[in-house]
Design a protein around this ligand. Sequence first.
Ligand code: SAM
Ligand code: SF4
Length: 344
Amino acid sequence: MDNYKLLKINQSIKSHRIKFLGLWLLSVLNKRYIAIHMDPVLACNLRCKMCYFTDDEFVRKTMKGMFKQEDLEPIANAAFKNALKLQIGCGAEPTLFKHNVQLIELAKQHGIPYISMVTNGNLLNDEDVAAFANAGLNEIIMSLHGVYKESYEDLMDKGNYEKFHAVLKAITEQKKHTPNLRLRINYTFNKDNFYELADFFKVYGDYAIDIIQLRPIDKIGETTYNDFSLKSIENDYPEVLKTMKQGAAERNIMLLSPESVIRNEEESLKVKTSNDSSFIKPFTYFYISPKYSWKDDYDWRTETLGQWQKRTGWNMQLLRNAFRSRKSLEDVNRNMLNYSVDIN
Ligand SMILES: C[S@@+](CC[C@H](N)C(=O)[O-])C[C@H]1O[C@@H](n2cnc3c(N)ncnc32)[C@H](O)[C@@H]1O
Ligand code: SF4
C-alpha cells in the first residue's frame, strides 16, 4: 500500500490501544510494520546553515563511518522482511554511498513496498537517477532551503543551484519512463527564506513534482543559522500557505504542511503536527547507520529482527502498551528519536 495512505490511516486511528493491538498482531505474525531509516554513510558534501553539519566539532566527533558493500546483504536479511518502507538517507547525505543501486535492488527483492531517498541532489547525474528508478526507487526527496539562487546557495553552503535544477529536470524526464518514481521537495523554512515561497511555482512549476513538504525550521543541533523563532511570520503564514495550496492543487501535488506555525517557543521549537502524537513511532522507527542500529542491544550482524524480538519479549511489550495510559507512553516517546531527523 502507498506509504502516504498508511500514514493517513495511522493518523486517523486515534486510539493508541487499537494501534498497539494492530502492531502486536503484525509482529506476532512476523509481518511488515517497521519503517527503516538508513544512513549508509555519515558524511555530507554540503554545509547547510540550518543543519548540524555546520558544527565542526560535532561532525568531527560524530559523523564518521560508511557501510561496506558486503554489509548490505546481511542487513537486508536481518530486517527487510519486516519493513513497510526503506528511507535511504536520514541525518546525512546518502548519495556519497556508492552502492545505492544494490541497496534499492535488495529492498525490492525483499518486497519492501516503498523505497525512498532523501538527498540534496548535488552529486546526482542523469545516469544515477535512471539507475535508481530502474532498480525500483519509489521516491526521491530533494531538499531545498531557498527558492532563488541567492538564498539557496547561501543557506545550502557548497550547494549549486544550477545543478539542483538539472537534477529536477532529469527526474522529470525519468518519470516519463518510470511513472512509479515520485518526486518530492522538502522545503525547510525559517523567517528569512519563507516569503520566497510565494514564487515557488514560478520557479519550480514546470517540474513533475508529486509532493511538497513545508518544514518549519527545527533546532536539530548547534547550527550556523540559529534564529529558530517563527514569531515574525506567524501572521503571514496562512496567506503564503494559501498560495502554496492553490499552486499545488492546480498541479495535483500533495502538500504536507502545518496549518499554523504558532508554537510556544519557551517550551518547544517543534511545530506541533498531527504526526507528533504518534505513540507507536518508537516501536516502528528502525534507524540504522554504520554506528547504530534499532536498539542498544541489537546487532544486525548476529541477529535478525525476528530473533531479537523473541529474545527480548518484544511482542509482550507491544501487547502491554495497548493497556498502558497515554501519559506513560509519552515518557517513552520523549526519550527516543533524538538520534534522527524526522523526514515525515
Ligand atoms: C539532515 S537532512 C539529511 C538528508 C540529506 N542530506 C538532505 O539534505 O536531503 C534531512 C532533512 O532535514 C532537513 N533539514 C535540515 N536542517 C533542518 C532544520 N534545522 N530543521 C528541519 N529540517 C531540517 C533537510 O532539508 C532534509 O530534508
Ligand atoms: S541538510 Fe542534508 S545536505 Fe544539508 S548539510 Fe545537512 S545533511 Fe547535508
